[in-house]
Ligand binder design. Structure first.
Ligand code: NAD
Length: 506
């Protein structure tokens, strides 16, 4: 048993134990016409926020320092409420993500102007049941002739999180569930282009948590984030751990930081289709994954390598499944329009054009000189392996298809295109040996066979979900345990109830 799962602080009434003094005090204050629970200072003995200097901020701060100090205070308060407090806080994040999904998803879509509204909403709703919480916090026990050793998973304290524009609020909510389940609090430096929805979500989560358990600012946020504030968060003494979700630049910055960092870095997931594959299933799966939120997902299918003997049939299967095939001239036109060079000298590399990133397939069709249509989810076309769409994480619903001599060439080119990110790869095949060769060579964190990429996160496949998949640092799909430190508690010779009664020391 994990002792920390069953104890509540003697100073703080837990939900399980009557009477809930904080609730009574709030009720009295409400009856007196007081509207602001944060100012309910008389509840000193009952409310964890009674001594809080930041209560009422609901997590939104003008500076990194204030946000970290508020989150530190919230951490100390959360410790006093035990696992029961964590559970209650997480339940509010999940409930709001589901109940307000339409409104919050709409706000995220309106602010970021990328992706698809239906998927922005869905990404919030899946937080309800797919993201693990305190149930993951199992302790391990070693019991033997020399007594007992218990390994517990303890919080770090305040975690600094950097989140992407591709899923601003879903990443924050998902990180918050995992981190609070582990007993931590978090300060977020959101992407500047998704900062308003980030602040709105955080405000709603904290207000509900504060009303219920009396702790504000469990999830704190820098209202006007910048690269400078990200740097301040990395270096703040009060931040004990960093969790970064984003592209190559921020991943590199986090890996060079002096603090321990959990890095959910970029991907460029390749797909291999061989001659043994169910081509219609492969086509449906590629559309489901690559069209999801207009291919903003880091796990989304970005380029496809198909064995020559089934190439034409695979292209026909894609059309049957509803994708629009571009002609070679249209592919050329789109490539010139959608992928551009950036950087200087040795650092020159292809990047997606900002105005097409995350836009609808119909818009891409139009940019290619083809006619889009209502409900079109994905455009695709044949390219050479050296087309810039192949090595670039395009984050738009166009997928290049490369014709390969055989499955080994397909696997080799897939490997090259993934750049060693070791993020995600997909194969459609019924040849177990081909699957094995690809799995071993690409060495990715997620490897999906015969389904869409999202199946690798438990959406149509088994397992749990996170929007932060730690790749270069190796933690994989993050869970509450990712954000904990192991502590071992050893008792020598006693407490083990097996063995001879006469051997017990009196
Ligand atoms: P981005 O790298 O532009 O921004 C991500 C975050 O990092 C933002 O908050 C940004 O302000 C910050 N940032 C950027 N450069 C920084 C630096 N030098 N120092 C400190 N902070 C910095 O990425 P994005 O466009 O928001 O998101 C898309 C990228 O994120 C893609 O590459 C995608 O693969 C990746 N991603 C990875 C995962 C994962 O779980 N591995 C999840 C989502 C997105």
């Amino acid at each position: 048993m994990n002792p920390s799962m069953s104890t509540a602080s003697p100073n703080v009434p837990s939900s399980a134990s009557a009477p809930d003094i904080a609730a009574i005090v709030r009720q009295v204050i409400e009856q007196l016409g007081a509207s602001n629970v944060a100012s309910a200072r008389p509840a000193a003995a009952a409310s964890p926020s009674a001594t809080s200097s930041f209560a009422g901020a609901n997590g939104v701060f003008g500076s990194v320092d204030e946000a970290v100090r508020a989150a530190t205070e919230a951490f100390e308060q959360l410790e006093r409420l035990g696992v029961e407090g964590r559970k209650k806080a997480i339940a509010h994040v999940r409930r709001i993500a589901i109940d307000d999904a339409e409104e919050l998803g709409g706000m995220e879509f309106a602010e970021t102007k990328i992706g698809r509204l239906d998927h922005k909403i869905e990404k919030l709703k899946v937080l309800g049941e797919k993201v693990p919480g305190v149930e993951f916090m199992q302790s391990e026990v070693f019991s033997g002739d020399h007594g007992l050793a218990v390994i517990e998973h303890a919080p770090f304290g305040v975690i600094g999180a950097i989140t992407p524009v591709t899923h601003s609020l879903p990443t924050i909510a998902c990180n918050a569930i995992n981190m609070i389940a582990g007993g931590n609090t978090v300060v977020v430096n959101p992407h500047p282009s998704g900062r308003r929805i980030a602040a709105e979500g955080v405000r709603r989560f904290n207000a509900a948590i504060h009303r219920d358990i009396g702790i504000d600012n469990l999830i704190s946020l820098v209202a006007e984030p910048s690269l400078e504030s990200a740097g301040q968060l990395f270096n703040h003494r009060g931040v004990k751990l960093i969790c970064v979700t984003g592209g190559p630049a921020v991943a590199k910055a986090a890996l060079q930081s002096s603090k321990r960092a959990i890095v959910a870095g970029p991907g460029n997931p390749p797909v291999v289709v061989d001659e043994t594959a169910d081509l219609d299933n492969a086509a449906r799966s590629i559309i489901a994954g690559a069209a999801y939120d207009n291919n903003l997902l880091c796990i989304g299918e970005k380029q496809v390598f198909v064995v020559a003997s089934v190439f034409d049939r695979m292209m026909a299967a894609m059309e049957r499944a509803g994708a629009l095939r571009l002609s070679p001239q249209q592919v050329d036109a789109l490539t010139k329009r959608a992928i551009v060079m950036a950087g200087e000298g040795a650092h020159r590399h292809w990047v997606p054009c900002k105005d097409l990133l995350g836009q609808d397939a119909s818009l891409l069709a139009k940019a290619a000189g083809a006619a889009g249509r209502e409900g079109l989810e994905l455009v695709f076309g044949e390219t050479d392996n050296d087309n810039p769409f192949v090595p670039t994480e395009q984050m738009m619903p166009f997928v290049p298809f490369v014709r390969c001599r055989d499955v080994d060439e397909a696997i080799r080119l897939a490997h090259e295109s993934e750049h060693g990110f070791r993020h995600t790869a997909i194969i459609h095949s019924n040849d177990v040996r081909a699957m094995t060769r690809m799995g071993r060579l690409l060495d990715t964190t997620l490897f999906v066979k015969n389904g869409p990429s999202v199946a690798g996160l438990g959406l149509g496949g088994e397992g749990y979900l996170s929007f932060s998949i730690a790749t270069p640092t190796g933690e994989g799909v993050t869970t509450p345990l990712t954000f904990t430190r192991q502590r071992r508690c050893t008792l020598v010779d006693d407490l083990r109830i097996l063995g001879s009664a006469s051997a017990v020391r009196s």
